[in-house]
Design a protein around this ligand. Sequence first.
Ligand code: 3HC
Ligand code: NAI
Length: 688
Amino acid sequence: MSDFVKISRDDDIALVTIDNRPVNALSFHVRGPLMQALVSLRDDASVAAIIIACAGRTFIAGADITEFGKPVQQPDLRALIVTLESITKPTVAAIHGTALGGGLELALGCHFRVADAGAKLGLPEVKLGLLPGAGGTVRLPRLVGAVKALKMIVSGTPIGATEAHAAGLVDAVFEGDLATHAVNFAREIARKGGPFTPVRDRNAGETNLGAFDAEAADLARKARGLEAPLACAQAVRNAVTLTFDEALAAERALFVKLVASDQSRAQRHLFFAEREAAKIPAKGIVKRRIGRVGVIGAGTMGGGIAMAFANGGYPVTLLETSQEVLDRGLGTIEKNYAVSVSRGSLSEDAKRQRLAQFKGSTDYADLADCDLIVEAVFEDMAVKKEVFGKLDAIAKAGAILATNTSYLDINEIAASISRPQDMLGLHFFSPANVMKLLEIVRADKTAPDALATVVDMARRIGKVAVVVGVCHGFVGNRMLAARGSESEALLLEGATPGQIDKAFTDFGWPMGPFQMGDLAGLDIGWRNRKARGLTAAIADTLCEQGRFGQKTGRGFYLYEAGARAGVPDPEVETLIREKAAEKGIKPREIGAEEIIERTLYPLVNEGAKILEEKIAARASDIDVVWVNGYGFPIGKGGPMFWAGLEGAARIIDRLDHWHRQTGKEVFKPAPLLKRMAEIGSWETDATG
Ligand code: 3HC
Ligand code: NAI
């Protein structure tokens, strides 16, 4: 018996309960006593059946990720499963909450699995750049078939108890007290008697290898340079083409390789970074209650933001300037939900429930009962101040007032109202109902309880929150500007939009800067540049010609007949050469390496400045912003993690080189980038 593993008895049924909260990870201090418990129960003739269950909110959520990359302490999980599987009396895993990764693998070492109706089961290792490393790829196909196992393991998405039951992964599903049901289940099977066949000795059934390979090839295409999904597919294939022991050994070899890879290190870094980013000092803080949410502006962002809240279960009052614009906004929301229904991702009933959350209005007085009000009107300081002036007059005491501004100074808006302590930024990304990232902008006078309340709320609406400080463009858009100016310079020097975008997609981005600009609308950046007295020779000219990107059918690329993928446009290439000639620039060949160094190294340098200025609290927060808001490849861990892989000294050296090469003033690295080059760490990262 230990603090982490306890044995209790219901007559001849033994119940082993693991208690390693919060998520019952299979840490070393669990594995040791669990092994002892299994051995003693195996050898105890008075025990007819053994149940493995967990205390707290969930079954085992996997191996302990903090132990990866460190020497393995015995017994390891595989040894534990071998012992479990050698027991001849019936063994049962009783699953509630989530059985994930090594947790499900342990359950696969039992003869039977029973689950609470709300339980979820999955092998999400792929999301950490890994494959299941304790027999999951070899045992799961023996229960659910190779194709189903392939889908589960390559996607990493857990399935519910009912689906697991139908697929053969779970033997029984129960509502109510799981322990009691599990004891009755175990007693019944023990009474019926064995022999009980371990999963390793079962047959995966006939596998149509042609269909399997077609599915695997499709998944490989979507992997975008990530190694883990391919290794997962290979391992599942091995499960049906090799013997159990051969497939297990092959799985192990793949796991050992992946766990040491930069991609897996990057993805594990992101796992902890996302959890760390939302942490703020909360001691002694009483959070405010958010019942109803108000959203001002039913345009691109306001509509999406309102949907995000409704999806998270909040009733929403949506305010517009006129009934006509309001109706249009509500109509778009309804259409968006209808698309989800037609795609099968939302039921008709759920759509009705979501729509019932909305109340439209054109009268500010209707916002008086809202506890949080998010403004998403035009990006114009005067308009924003007017809106917040009205809110100051009508909002209830303690209501949190938030702006979705992309760039404007939130301190200035806060200074214009009588309650700056209630004001902060909630910077959603487009489309706001889909994109995971939420930059929560803490203004100088934002009250700690207001901040803590929205951090909590962000989790409820399924966002990955990062708390940032006030500066032009906050973390994401400020760094994006550093990338954007170099992209334009590269065009003038001889690269084409297609070459630059290809260098980005080869690097692992879902799209390149010009594809992204065309998708988002080139007019957004154009308006912003004009407001700040800035220019971009090529993008400005395209906008003057009415080429705003996909929405006008023409931007950096041509989009014929509503096509979503653009094709190169000779007119744009001529324009680029003309602009270059006007500036006296002679075009030259530009390689992918130069494109990446000149666009992404400045991003890192800007990130270092953001850290110095304490706009972001940790380097890993910046990574979370870039991976979740801008599509930075997860296998590279975000710009600041990637900088560690590249080496800060190299980044400084190469930026210095490119500055000289392109006739810019001497490159002055951010002091923190220089320090990173000396000590090899940003010193602010999430642990784990
Ligand atoms: N190892 C170590 N720590 C873990 C962990 C794990 N497997 N899973 C979660 N944690 C930690 C989190 O870091 C967090 O710590 P913190 O409070 O100090 O920040 C704490 O547990 C709570 O986690 P969440 O905030 O994520 O809690 P939620 O309730 O929101 O989510 C969860 C619970 C769904 C279980 C989620 O934590 C999760 O997805 N965990 C990871 C699951 C996973 O990837 N398992 C596979 C691991 S790899 C493996 O098993 C290899 C094997 O094949 C050999
Ligand atoms: P939009 O032009 O699509 O929508 C703005 C809406 O606000 C319009 O429907 C307009 O009628 C309404 N409006 C204007 N003044 C109002 C007032 N006084 N009261 C009520 N409603 C009013 O603009 P978009 O793109 O939704 O942007 C809104 C805000 O979100 C801006 O601050 C923008 O910088 C920011 N943002 C935009 C992103 C984008 O990708 N479009 C991303 C993140 C932030």
